[in-house]
Write a protein that binds this ligand. Structure first.
Ligand code: SAM
Length: 162
């Protein structure tokens, strides 16, 4: 497969997963956490498909398209090892969806981040909350949910909090 087709497939799968995750929480009130602003693509999509949800965004730096930067009140700027615990304390029991897209090229670091996110998140989640992530995250109290049709296994991961 050409690299162009590969990128297109990856992004289509990501969009399908975000659309599916939004659908999965449609009957649950709660806020959204977007972990990994990057250039703002997925943040922009989440706010487009969930215009009535409050979305809080995490990144250690701002490198997004100017139109895809949340206002200061919805931005946790800094290392998630510091900002995520603060957010979890503030939003205890209020989060309906977490989208985590912080994968780096460093597998060891990815595993460390995934482990930290997994053990930190539960206190923030409402019953029925979805954690959608680019890396496998074991979140205590959650079970795996199937991916949308056509998305290859291990391309994305869905967990639902019980
Ligand atoms: N979802 C984004 C998009 O669609 O444009 C892409 C996110 S990009 C793959 C990953 C982002 O995670 C980067 O912007 C990086 O700065 C951020 N990141 C990685 N490790 C982090 C950490 N420990 N704390 C805060 N942000 C981190």
């Amino acid at each position: 497969m050409s690299r162009l087709n590969s990128v297109i497939r990856r992004l289509q799968a990501q969009r399908d997963c975000l659309n599916a995750a939004a659908e999965m929480i449609k009957d649950h009130d709660g806020i959204v956490l977007e972990i990994g602003l990057g250039n703002g693509r997925t943040f922009d999509h989440l706010r487009e498909i969930m215009p009535d949800r409050e979305i809080f965004v995490f990144d250690r730096q701002i490198a997004a398209h100017p139109k895809c930067i949340p206002d200061d009140d919805h931005l946790f700027l800094g290392d998630i090892f510091e900002t995520l615990p603060m957010a979890v304390e503030r939003f205890a029991g209020k989060v309906a969806l977490v989208h985590s897209d912080v994968g780096t090229g460093d597998e060891e670091l990815n595993a460390k981040i995934a482990s930290f996110i997994g053990k930190t998140l539960p206190a923030a989640l409402i019953k029925g909350a979805i954690v959608a992530s680019d890396q496998k995250i074991d979140v205590p109290g959650t079970i795996a949910e199937p991916l949308p049709e056509g998305v290859p296994q291990d391309r994305y991961f869905f967990r639902r909090y019980q």
